[in-house]
Design a protein around this ligand. Structure first.
Ligand code: FES
Length: 497
């Protein structure tokens, strides 16, 4: 409940509806409160220029960010950024902010390695698997008898309005927005559960309330903390201590929910689910060393087998999830970057030749800008340097690594040839890459289905040794070295161990 002195008298009229601004609030914050913003690229800090509104009455003075992102004509016509607009009088506005096309939400994966595991009577009839990503939410109802996906529910993570990455969510939590973000994601998950269960009941005429379907969630540690209502304050500062990454049990809409365990502030249940789903630490694979890379915002990695497992995460940034400055999909960006390199439009340092440096390069319906290329360079450098440091710390040579699993929506569509051209994966590993889709969702399903999963997953979390890449000697040098694109006719070793 707001105190009287926190309520301002300013009324904002949008599409004939009236909203009241709280004292000191920007229009962006009011829109967030009303759940009328679905996406921002900077979390309302005046740094992305996306949250555009048009004033018809009560126009505010232009802010420094307005002047930076808007043309004089736009400013004259009453266009402003919502996050720097704090009107003192009543106003009438239109929302004209861009809504980026939705990122592909991947819920595919390959269960063929699990075909031999027979259905046990003791297993539940179905499992609802949930993958809460920083950007997307994927849910499936899967029949355990034949692993058939009976129904799916996919949405963008409604917390996107608070910024594109885990750092912006931690910052929003620090500003007191944690419970709102928690409510947003819980409501969405609850809605998904209801829809999936309704479809299941309709299909199977299931009425027995005792026949509960377990719901298993996987997600990174920040998503898990917000979902559970834990403070994220310690996740973003040294020594990066999570509140609790053990398995969490709760009930939502009367259903039993398990949030899978994670490992550290940087390596969450999504990676644990992936390591389990890919059988990286199973006894049958004890003589193979595999590398799992989840190409999301955090670029999480796991390297090893049942004897030794190193895990880490790099701040890969949003380029891979199609959330760089341009609305282009991450896979498209890699393909076109590879093409630009081959054509000589882009040089080894990542500079586009004129006139593309100024105006960007037109590709399908999008424009690849110099900024897109920079974001991609930083992301791929973080991944590449991360792989090198992980191999050095293990220690292992690229030749001794059996398979490189690329997980996440992005990995599923990745052209491994283009990835090699831009140097995303060190050259020596390029031939070992296997795109495995959403292993977080796959692991969540198997966790709900397999009676012995809890024990195996616990073993994985105990075995895993987190490596804080940023603290490792040589990370910075490796990162800087990896910023350049490989020369196109280059055959020599890339300084890789
Ligand atoms: S400038 Fe990024 S949300 Fe306003």
């Amino acid at each position: 409940m707001l105190r009287q002195d926190e309520i301002s008298t300013v009324q904002i009229n949008i599409n004939d509806k009236t909203f009241i601004l709280h004292k000191g609030e920007s229009i962006f914050q009011m829109l967030l409160r009303q759940e009328m913003i679905f996406l921002s690229f900077c979390g309302g800090k005046g740094r992305c220029g996306r949250c555009r509104i048009k004033f018809h009455k009560g126009t505010t003075l232009p802010s420094a960010s307005d002047r930076l992102f808007l043309t004089p004509d736009e400013i004259r016509s009453g266009i402003r950024l919502a996050c720097t607009s704090k009107p003192k009088t009543d106003c009438v506005i239109d929302l004209i902010m861009e809504e980026k096309k939705d990122t592909k939400i991947i819920s595919s994966y390959d269960l063929s390695d699990w075909e031999d595991s027979k259905y046990e009577e003791s297993e539940p009839k179905a499992v609802i698997a949930v993958d809460i990503g920083t950007t997307t939410l994927a849910m499936q109802l899967i029949l355990t008898l034949n692993s058939h996906i009976e129904a799916e529910y996919r949405k963008m993570n409604p917390q996107r309005a608070y910024g594109p990455d885990v750092i912006s969510r931690i910052e929003a939590d620090g500003r007191g927005e944690g419970s709102r973000m928690q409510k947003l994601i819980r409501d969405e998950v609850e809605h998904g559960i209801r829809i999936l269960l309704e479809q299941y009941k309709l299909q199977f005429k299931e009425t027995d309330a005792n026949n509960r379907i377990p719901v298993v969630i996987a997600g990174n540690t920040v998503m898990q903390h917000i979902f559970m209502g834990f403070s994220t304050a310690t996740l973003g500062i040294h020594p990066f201590t999570p509140v609790d990454v053990r398995e969490q049990k709760l009930q939502i809409a009367g259903e039993n929910i398990a949030f899978m365990p994670g490992i550290s502030a940087f390596v969450g249940a999504d990676i644990v689910a992936g390591v389990y789903a890919l059988k990286m630490c199973s006894q049958e694979n004890k003589n193979k060393v595999s590398l799992l890379i989840d190409l999301g915002t955090n670029g999480e990695m796991a390297l090893g087998n049942a004897k030794k497992l190193l895990v880490s995460a790099t701040a890969a940034g949003p380029a891979f999830e199609g959330r760089s400055i341009s609305p282009m999909d991450g896979t498209d960006l890699i393909d076109i970057t590879a093409e630009l390199l081959k054509q000589g439009i882009l040089d080894e340092t990542g500079l586009m030749v004129e006139p593309y440096f100024e105006q960007g390069y037109q590709y399908k319906n999008n424009t690849v800008t110099q900024e897109d290329i920079r974001a991609l360079q930083m992301a791929k450098a973080a991944i590449c340097a991360g792989i090198r440091i992980m191999m050095r710390e293990y220690p292992i040579t690229p030749e001794a690594i059996d398979t490189v699993y690329l997980a996440g929506g992005f990995g599923y569509y990745l052209d491994t040839n283009s990835a090699a051209i831009i140097g995303l994966i060190p050259e020596e590993l390029a031939g070992k890459v296997k795109a495995v889709g959403n292993t977080s969702l796959m692991g969540a399903y198997l966790y709900g289905r397999n009676a012995d999963a809890r024990e195996e997953v616990l073993t994985i979390t105990e075995l895993a040794i987190p490596v804080n890449l940023a603290e490792q000697e040589g990370f910075e040098e490796n990162y800087l070295e990896s910023l350049h694109f490989p020369q196109q006719d280059r055959k020599e070793n890339h300084g890789f161990i």
